[in-house]
Design a protein around this ligand. Structure first.
Ligand code: AP5
Ligand code: MG
Length: 284
């Protein structure tokens, strides 16, 4: 099963990915994390990527796609992948379609996590990140058990350079201009689920599971999808400059939970997809 978490910076993609990879037994492929690993290893790719990331700009497609191709060659991706922060341009989405097709696969579901811009800025301004495992925390919204270390591995938490308010705002505007149009690409494939990314981390998780078609353990009456009442979404209205038709979109609004990824039954989650899915991307 191939899934993508799609949404603006700070919408909670990484937070939700932590749970989903364990639930479905598929690896997370976060291009942001791949770039940060290259920067840490001081590779040429890392040096190039850093100049763009420090400004809040997108890294060029050629560099991004090179890393994703290499990642999809690893055996742990055979059962599928959870993409986080990729694809981010229409060109990346088109290339990903081709890569998946070569492997006999397709994008099964794109979860569009929607959060108002003012909430995004607050979340990013306080975010604490584990440099070792990538888990994220927030002193008020999602505090670690001990003030400044990761619950998972005890590493000292850091603030990401690109979370400075000016850079975070630039990333949000880049998202609105260059990444939001990717949704139309996937709406044509009828694989987009619109999810409200507000509320608790657990509530958002429940909405995502329902969108994927997994029976929810949520208590009766809990909201399970769609923008929360009164919530102004990133890109909505005069501030974002994006027409409503390009955000949630009327063309592909199924009720979360009603539609499953093609060929996926709840009992299939986490199982091998068979030999037909083992072809590699490299060497094409
Ligand atoms: P990347 O690392 O992908 O960053 P991003 O997309 O900007 O997203 P973030 O990681 O900032 O946010 P998130 O949605 O993961 O939120 P999180 O879960 O941490 O990319 C960084 C850079 O790399 C880009 O700017 C670009 O330069 C480059 N890049 C990456 N991919 C690229 C690509 N494909 N093409 C070109 N360039 C690329 O949550 C945020 C905070 O909110 C946390 O503190 C968390 O605890 C808190 N939180 C989460 N959920 C909730 C909730 N429900 N309630 C309260 N708090 C919450
Ligand atoms: Mg992230």
């Amino acid at each position: 099963m191939n899934l993508a978490l799609f949404g603006p910076p700070g919408s909670g993609k990484g937070t939700q990915a932590n749970f989903l990879v364990q639930h479905f037994g598929i690896p997370q492929v976060s291009t942001g994390d791949l770039f940060r690993a290259e920067i840490k290893a001081q590779t040429d790719v890392g040096r190039k990527a850093q100049t763009y990331m420090d400004r809040g700009d997108l890294v060029p497609d050629s560099i991004t796609l090179q890393l994703v191709r290499r990642r999809l060659d690893a055996p742990d991706t055979e059962r599928g992948v959870l993409f986080d922060g990729f694809p981010r341009t229409v060109a990346q989405a088109t290339e990903l379609d081709k890569m998946l097709q070569v492997m006999g696969r397709r994008m099964d579901r794109v979860i569009f996590v929607q959060v108002p811009t003012d909430v995004l800025v607050d979340r990013l301004a306080g975010r604490l990140t584990c440099p070792k495992c990538g888990r994220t925390y927030h002193p008020k919204l999602a505090p670690p058990q001990l003030d400044t270390v990761c619950d998972h591995d005890g590493t000292a938490l850091i603030m990401r350079e690109d979370d400075r308010p000016e850079t975070a705002r630039k990333r949000i505007s880049v998202y609105l201009e260059q990444t939001l149009p990717v949704l139309a690409h996937y709406r044509q494939q009828h694989v987009v689920s619109d999810i409200a990314g507000t509320g608790s981390i657990e509530e958002v998780r429940e909405r995502i599971l329902r969108a994927i078609g997994v029976p929810s353990a949520a208590p009766a009456g809990m909201s399970t999808g769609g923008p929360a009442a009164g919530v102004r979404l990133a890109g909505e209205g005069p501030g974002g400059g994006i027409p409503p038709s390009e955000q949630g979109g009327a063309s592909d609004t199924e009720t979360p939970g009603q539609r499953r990824p093609p060929g996926i039954r709840p009992s299939d989650h986490g199982r091998s997809q068979g030999a037909g899915h083992r072809r590699r991307v490299r060497g094409r």
